[in-house]
Ligand binder design. Structure first.
Ligand code: HEC
Length: 395
C-alpha cells in the first residue's frame, strides 16, 4: 500500500483508539469514584441507595443510585458499552496496520527467532485468542471460588506471557502483544461477561422475577480485573516511545515491574475511594519506578569518552552500511518508501543532527537497526557511542 495511505490510516485509527480509550477509562474511573462517594439518605430511603451533588461546567447535578422495584425499568436506560467496543476494534486494526502489515520488520528479531512474517503473525493472533480462552476458562471454572489464589495464578500466567513473547518477538512487538491481550480480555469481559449479567438483572427486574445475584458477583470479578489492568495497559500504549524499556535485554522483567507499579497505584486509588488511605503505596510505587529506571540504565550499553579518537569517515561507513537502507531520502529496503520517522542519515549534517537519537537507539538501547536486519556488530555500536561522546564531529 502507498506509504501516505498507510500513514493516514494509522493516524485515523490511532486517534480514534485514543479517544475511545479515554472515554472508556474515563467513564470507568468516574463510576468507581461515584460509588465510593455516594452519600446515604438520612433517614434511609427505601429505593435510594445514595446520592451526590456535583458541580461541573456551569451547572449543578444530582446523581442517585437506586434500587428498582419490579416492572420499573426506565425505557431509556443508558449503557456504557460502545467505548469498550470501539477501543477494541480500533486497537486490533492498529495492530494489523502497524505490526502485521510489516511483520518481517516490526515483529521479527532475527537475534531471537527467525520467523517468517506469517509465522510471527500466527503467534501474535494465537496469543490473543488462547490467552482469552485460558483466562475466561479459569474464571468460569470452580477455581474462581478461590479468588486470591486464582488472581495470583493469573498474574503468574501473565508474567509468563510477557517473558515468552520477549523470547520470540522484537521488544516492541512483545510489549504490544501483551498489552493487546490485556485489552482483549478487558473489552471481551465487558461484552461477554459484564453486559449479559446486567441484561439478566434488567430482565429479572422487568418481569419481577428474583434476580440471580451470582451473575452480578461473577461480573464484579471481571470489573475488578479490568480496573487493575487499566494503568498497565495505558503504559503499553505509550511504551514504543521508551526504547530503554522494550529494548533492554530483560525488557520482559522491566514490563512486569512497570505492571506492578501501575497496579499498586491503581490499588492506592481504590483504597482511597473507600476511605482507607495507605500512605506507603505511592512511595512504594515511586521507589519501584526508580529501581526499574536504574535497572534499565544497567542494561543499556554506554561507552566512556575514552578510547582512541573516532574519525567521522568510520562513522559514516557504519551508518551507510547499517542504517541508510531505511533512513534515506530514497530507502533501498523494500519495506520503506520514505525514511522512517523522517530520520534521514544521508549527509554529514543529517547524521550530526541525529547524534543523540543515534546513540539512544543504536548504542544504549540497541533497538536500531530494526530487528538488527542489517546485522550491526557490537564494535560498530561502540564506535558510534564513542563518536557521540567525543562531540559528534563531522570533519
Ligand atoms: C530496517 C529498517 C531500519 C534500519 C536498518 C534502521 N532503522 Fe531506524 N527506524 C526504522 C523505523 C521503522 C523507525 C520508526 C520506528 C517507529 O515507528 O517508532 C526507525 C526509527 C529510528 C529513530 C527514531 C526513533 C524515535 O522513536 O524517535 C532513530 C534515531 C533511528 N531509527 C536510528 C537508526 C540508526 C542509527 C540505524 C542504524 C544503526 C537505524 N535506525 C537503522 C527502521 C530502520
Amino acid at each position: 500500500m502507498d506509504p501516505l495511505t498507510v500513514e493516514w490510516l494509522n493516524l485515523a485509527l490511532r486517534w480514534t483508539h485514543v479517544i475511545t480509550g479515554i472515554a472508556w477509562i474515563g467513564s470507568s474511573f468516574y463510576f468507581m469514584w461515584l460509588d465510593a462517594h455516594l452519600v446515604r439518605a438520612d433517614p434511609p430511603h427505601p429505593t435510594v441507595e445514595g446520592h451526590i451533588w456535583l458541580v461541573h461546567s456551569g451547572g449543578f447535578y444530582i446523581t442517585e443510585k437506586r434500587k428498582l422495584a419490579a416492572g420499573q425499568v426506565p425505557p431509556d436506560l443508558h449503557w456504557f458499552k460502545w467505548e469498550a467496543f470501539y477501543t477494541l476494534v480500533t486497537g486490533l486494526l492498529l495492530l494489523g496496520v502497524v505490526y502485521y502489515a510489516a511483520a518481517g520488520t516490526f515483529m521479527v528479531d532475527s537475534s531471537k527467532a527467525n520467523f517468517l512474517p506469517w509465522q510471527a503473525i500466527a503467534i501474535g493472533v494465537a496469543t490473543l485468542v488462547v490467552g482469552w480462552l485460558v483466562y475466561d476458562g479459569l474464571w468460569m471454572s470452580p477455581l474462581a471460588r478461590h479468588q486470591g489464589w486464582l488472581t495470583a495464578f493469573c498474574c503468574l500466567l501473565l508474567a509468563g506471557v510477557v517473558w515468552g513473547l520477549g523470547q520470540v518477538f522484537s521488544g516492541r512487538a512483545a510489549y504490544m502483544h501483551t498489552g493487546a491481550l490485556m485489552g482483549v480480555i478487558m473489552a471481551v469481559n465487558v461484552w461477554m461477561r459484564i453486559l449479559p449479567a446486567q441484561a439478566a438483572m434488567i430482565a429479572a427486574t422487568q418481569t419481577g422475577t428474583p434476580v440471580d445475584w451470582s451473575l452480578g458477583e461473577k461480573a464484579k470479578h471481571r470489573s475488578v480485573h479490568n480496573n487493575y489492568m487499566t494503568l498497565p495497559v495505558v503504559f503499553v500504549m505509550l511504551s514504543s516511545h521508551y526504547p530503554s524499556t522494550y529494548g533492554h535485554p530483560h525488557g520482559w522483567a522491566i514490563l512486569i515491574g512497570l505492571f506492578a507499579v501501575g497496579a499498586i497505584v491503581r490499588h492506592w486509588f481504590n483504597l482511597r475511594a473507600r476511605g482507607r488511605d495507605n500512605p506507603l503505596l505511592i512511595p512504594a510505587a515511586i521507589f519501584g519506578g526508580a529501581l526499574l529506571a536504574t535497572y534499565a540504565g544497567l542494561g543499556g550499553r554506554d561507552v566512556g569518552s575514552g578510547g582512541p579518537p573516532v574519525a567521522f569517515a568510520e562513522v559514516r561507513k557504519v551508518i551507510d552500511t547499517r542504517c541508510v537502507a531505511c533512513h534515506s531520502a530514497r530507502p533501498t529496503n523494500p519495506a520503506f518508501d520514505a525514511a522512517p520517522k523522517n530520520i534521514k542519515l544521508d549527509t554529514p549534517a543529517e547524521i550530526r543532527a541525529q547524534a543523540l537519537p543515534i546513540k539512544a537507539q543504536a548504542v544504549v538501547s540497541r533497538v536500531m537497526p530494526l530487528g538488527n536486519l542489517t546485522e550491526m556488530t557490537d564494535a560498530e555500536r561502540d564506535l558510534l557511542g564513542r563518536w557521540v561522546n567525543q562531540g559528534a564531529k563531522v570533519e
